[in-house]
Design a binder for this molecule. Structure first.
Ligand SMILES: [Zn+2]
Length: 376
């Protein structure tokens, strides 16, 4: 059985460094993982967390490793910015207060704090003391896009672990090798998951996700004949489909909590409830990001056909649809449609309600591709 570090795909140096740090007991109290989206930072953070909590240094097979891998270990906490512009001072104060509480199941706790490039000066100041000297049983893993985008006062208190950008072709090759999918299908999955190998694996395993992709593409193809009400209907249908997988997560979480409730202290129950809620928010964001990724991939294919380079098309299974859309529009219009996708992505990152921006994105794409204001 491979250890937990084997899952840090495409980042050999990070994998070897973390494995050696744990094996030799040279783990520090605060890490900063830097790298672009899709570079596998989250997977690596959970692998390190499992290794720190597992009695055998991250065997990959015991219940502790399994619970961390499934993101259900109560002593591994994940945080993402809750404010519209990033982390709120109150949110950081809550995290700081939480670090002082005892672990629930292990003898250590791991805090994974995402997007610390969205940690402003006031919120950072509330965090510095904890980051410098966390309680003995706490390890903090921060994640950010680049070292330069994180405040120097944060960087200087962490051991920085740089992740490299994994080119899409390489990511697809790793994905094909891991899952046995064809290289063509692996490319589709990598694009639909914005470059993430870890999410690509989940995507290929899930019939629900594959069907979701087909729904998104089918709606995009229908935009040329859709009126306002059609577009509103499409958006709400996509919202439902995006949120459908969350129901099973919510039910599983509630069932698990009901089962454990008798054995847990009230404070532990509150912590688990808060964690479950954060998990749902994070997953919902992921679903909406996936709509953006699938849409962008489809539009790039339309652009490739418009530019007479159809061999660059990734979504080969819907080639006919792509060609039909390309025949009705032109390169500058597709470029404008892609800008609408980018705006949608940014809005979700800043916690604007995805439901409202989805309408807007679909309208703008339809208008850009086929609108009367933008003749080719
Ligand atoms: Zn283990």
């Amino acid at each position: 059985m491979a250890d937990v570090f084997a899952q840090i795909y495409g980042q050999t140096r990070v994998r070897d460094f973390l494995r050696a740090s744990v094996a030799s007991g040279r783990v520090t109290h605060a890490y900063l993982f830097t790298g672009p989206a899709g570079s596998n930072k989250t997977q690596a953070a959970y692998a390190l967390a499992a290794a720190l909590l597992c009695d055998q240094g991250g065997c990959g097979a015991c219940p502790t490793c399994e619970r961390v891998r499934a993101r259900r270990h109560p002593d591994v906490r994940y945080f993402a910015p809750e404010g519209a512009g990033g982390y709120l001072v109150d949110q950081i104060r809550e995290i700081v207060a939480d670090t002082a509480l005892a672990p629930i199941q292990s003898d250590r706790k791991v805090y994974i704090i995402d997007r610390v490039d969205l940690l402003g000066t006031s919120a950072a100041n509330a965090f510095l003391k904890t980051l410098e000297e966390p309680p003995d049983d706490v390890v903090i893993i921060l994640m950010g896009r680049t070292r330069e985008s994180v405040l120097p006062t944060i960087v200087s208190r962490c051991s920085v672990v740089p992740f490299r950008h994994i080119p899409a072709t390489e990511a697809a090759a790793i994905l094909a090798q891991r899952t046995g999918a064809s290289p063509e299908l692996a490319k589709i999955a990598i694009e639909a998951c914005a470059g993430s190998i870890t999410r690509g694996i989940e995507f290929l395993k899930s019939n629900e996700r594959l069907a979701f992709r087909r729904d998104v593409i089918e709606m995009l193809a229908r935009l040329d004949t859709a009126d306002t009400w059609d577009v509103i209907g499409m958006a709400s249908q996509l919202v439902l489909a995006a949120k459908a997988p969350l129901d099973s997560v919510r039910e599983a979480n509630e069932a698990k909590l009901a089962q454990d409730a008798d054995f847990l202290a009230k404070s532990a129950i509150r912590q688990i409830e808060a964690r479950n809620k954060r998990e749902l928010t994070a997953r919902s964001k992921e679903s909406f990001s996936q709509i953006a990724a699938i849409t962008a991939s489809f539009l790039r294919d339309v652009l490739a056909v418009c530019a007479e380079t159809p061999d660059l098309v990734i979504n080969y299974d819907v080639q006919d649809t792509i060609e039909a859309v390309a025949a009705r529009t032109c390169e500058p219009n597709v470029a404008r449609a892609l800008k609408a996708v980018q705006a949608f992505n940014e809005a979700i990152a800043f916690n604007v309600s995805p439901e409202t921006c989805l309408d807007a994105m679909l309208f703008e794409i339809g208008e850009a591709l086929y609108g009367t204001h933008s003749p080719c």
